[in-house]
Design a protein around this ligand. Structure first.
Ligand SMILES: [Zn+2]
Ligand SMILES: [Zn+2]
Length: 345
């Protein structure tokens, strides 16, 4: 079938992107779903910093590629095995598309979300779906034949339709607005996972979030929903700090005004060396630092005792294909503000 999609043909466009226009809206061919795959009619998709990192080449991916890795929609066609029930996905389900498929059989999947799925990571790097191969193809103007187009993190949500492996999907309720459901696929999964799976604050502990974009706001929302953890939002932008208070943070501060050495858990969600350095300085002795920002590969953070580079780092928090719903909390009063974590940065 023919779909409309936002295609990245090459890396290296200069900012501002409203002038250089790195993405073009193209008519793209979409093959039918394979046995473990489904066809999703997209309802909403979010733009994440990781999309921008592919565009500017910070995170090189094969091109041409249809970007977009947090999306929500409805299943309108199912592959042969899905019809028999793969991961509980059925025709007509509303689904969230997540950035890392989970095969359920490998050594990574056996760690319950602590380590990423091995074949899922490999297919994401190759720009294919989990079962292998690509379902997208496009005819460049200067050529007669179709050129294969890569999938972004098994999703490619900047499109009218997407073929996705059922193991890249999570079924959600019909009453979640599309724009909110889409955020569950990356921002909420990453920020919420950083709190619940990695930081794991105990009752009475103090938690700080450095960087209040979509991921950081999701961490604030998740931690505030626990009900028995003190949450502080930290960002240079006052309007973002106000939004963090709106989402349930008990305090907020600019980075230079934050209380150093005072927090049991610090979540770094900005992806810059400076934010990492701030996050480290906020830690109380014995505290836990969780970093889920994606810094440039050549970024280097410094302290009096160490130099840290992302080359050897791995994000531990955002590895689950089961996004943490906002109601997953010790006292479940986080749900009311769930539609407030979209970042406008
Ligand atoms: Zn993302
Ligand atoms: Zn796996």
């Amino acid at each position: 079938m023919k779909i409309t999609a936002a295609l990245l043909e090459a890396h290296g466009h200069q900012r501002p992107y409203d002038t250089s226009r790195p993405l073009s809206i193209e008519e793209v061919e979409l093959a039918p779903p394979g046995p473990t795959e489904v066809l999703v009619a997209l309802e909403a998709a979010g733009i994440c910093h990781s999309d921008l990192s592919v565009i500017d080449g910070t995170r090189p991916r094969p091109v041409p590629m249809v970007l977009g890795h947090e999306g929500a929609g409805r299943v309108v066609e199912v592959g042969a095995e899905v019809a028999g029930g793969v991961d509980g996905v059925r025709f007509g389900d509303r689904v969230v598309m997540t950035l890392l498929p989970r095969c359920g059989r490998c050594a990574g999947c056996a760690t319950e979300g602590i380590r990423p799925c091995v074949p899922g990571s490999a297919s994401n790097a190759e720009g294919t779906l989990l079962a292998g191969g690509r379902r997208l193809a496009w005819r460049p103007q200067a050529q007669l034949g179709l050129t294969p187009v890569h999938h972004h993190l098994g999703v490619s949500a900047f499109a009218t339709y997407a073929v996705v492996d059922a193991r890249s999907l999570v079924v959600v309720e019909d009453d979640i607005p599309p724009a909110v459901a889409a955020l569950l696929g990356c921002a909420v999964l990453t920020g919420g996972g950083a709190v619940l799976n990695a930081g794991r604050p105990k009752p009475g502990e103090r938690l700080a979030v450095v960087g209040l974009g979509g991921v950081g706001m999701s961490a604030v929302l998740t931690a505030a929903g626990l009900g028995d953890v003190s949450v502080t939002g930290i960002d240079p932008v006052a309007a973002k700090r106000d939004q963090a208070r709106h989402l349930g943070a008990h305090a907020e501060a600019a980075p230079e005004a934050a209380e150093m050495g005072a927090f049991d858990v610090v979540i770094e969600a900005a992806g810059t060396a400076r934010a990492f350095e701030t996050a480290y300085r906020l830690l109380a002795p014995g505290g836990r630092l969780v970093t889920v920002g994606l810094p440039a590969p050549d970024a280097t953070a410094r302290s009096r005792r160490w130099i840290w580079s992302p080359a050897g780092a791995r994000s531990l928090a955002a590895t689950s294909a089961r996004p943490c719903p906002p109601a997953t909390s010790r006292d479940s009063h986080a749900g009311g503000a769930r539609d407030g974590c979209a970042s406008r940065s």
